[in-house]
Design a binder for this molecule. Structure first.
Ligand SMILES: Nc1nc2c(c(=O)[nH]1)N[C@H]1C(S)=C(S)[C@@H](COP(=O)(O)O)O[C@H]1N2
Ligand SMILES: [Mo]
Length: 257
């Protein structure tokens, strides 16, 4: 078989080879022109009509991705977990937006906005009294690195139960903001209520280091790291999408894995 093929190949005339070369070259030029045309067209589209960070056609693609992700997402979709021994001791610190040095940890309380004009202040001590869950998973940053890390805290869904937030959890989103307002994320409710989503206060069994979000951060293993907001100041509920720091800079709002 092999031999036959080789012979056939040798029989191709030089005229045929020339024709094929010309055809390939023409196709190359057409594809190249097409690519430039598409690029220029997208570039010239009105962008940021809704402060979404990218040109409208690109945002449309992202919105399409989001619809697909939301459909296949469910509580059955669990991020892979690892044994404690797999967790790294030296955890990378990435991103310090909204983590100003003048933060006063002693005065910190979680601002839980139950409704307009109805805000509950909750201490770390009270949060630590809630059922504790530990998760060891591969934390993935959108920049391309990942690390197996060990986090503990209260499941967001357990927090909802403990504070009787049944009504609030009927809303479509939660919004999280750092105490200084510098960093903020929005999370769709199914992802927030996912069994692996934590309001986290420990890393490797010890209180969170300052630059890793002390006293309380979000850990959401089913999404990229950009959504795991460090140092939660305010937690609120809404049917409209809460503003989102990286969404405003062109990233996917859902950022699912
Ligand atoms: N407040 C705040 N939270 C943040 C960020 C940030 O800049 N500020 N960066 C995010 C990004 S991009 C990543 S990858 C993770 C990194 O968490 P780590 O520093 O604990 O590794 O935090 C997320 N949470
Ligand atoms: Mo990240």
């Amino acid at each position: 078989m092999e031999k036959k093929k080789t012979k056939q190949e040798q029989n191709i005339s030089s005229a045929k080879i020339r024709n094929r070369t010309i055809t390939a070259f023409v196709i190359f030029i057409l594809l190249f022109a097409g690519a430039i045309f598409t690029f220029v067209t997208i570039k010239n589209q009105p962008g940021e009509t809704q402060k979404t960070g990218v040109q409208d056609p690109l945002r449309k693609v992202l919105n399409g991705n989001e619809r697909v992700f939301t459909k296949i997402f469910s509580a059955n979709h669990l991020a892979k977990t690892y044994p404690k021994s797999a967790a790294v001791k030296k955890v990378r610190v990435n991103g310090d937006v909204g983590m100003g040095k003048d933060f006063d940890a002693k005065d910190w309380k979680l601002k839980l906005v139950k409704a307009a004009g109805d805000t509950l202040l909750i201490s770390l001590e009270d949060i630590r009294k809630l059922p504790k869950t530990e998760i060891i998973f591969d934390f993935k940053c959108i920049e391309g690195w990942s690390q197996i890390t060990d986090w503990s805290g209260v499941k967001f869904s357990d927090f909802v139960k403990a504070y009787h937030l049944d009504q609030q959890s009927q809303k479509k989103y939660i919004g999280l903001v750092t105490p200084d307002g510098g960093y903020y994320v929005g999370i769709d409710m199914p992802s927030a209520m996912h069994p692996q989503t934590l309001l986290c206060y420990e890393m490797n069994g010890k209180p969170l280091p300052m630059d890793q979000g002390y006293p309380l951060r979000l850990i959401i293993p089913t999404k990229y790291g950009i959504k795991s907001l460090k140092r939660i100041g305010t937690l609120s509920f809404s049917d409209e999408r809460p503003k989102d720091y990286w969404f405003e800079r062109g990233y996917d709002y859902y950022s699912g894995l």
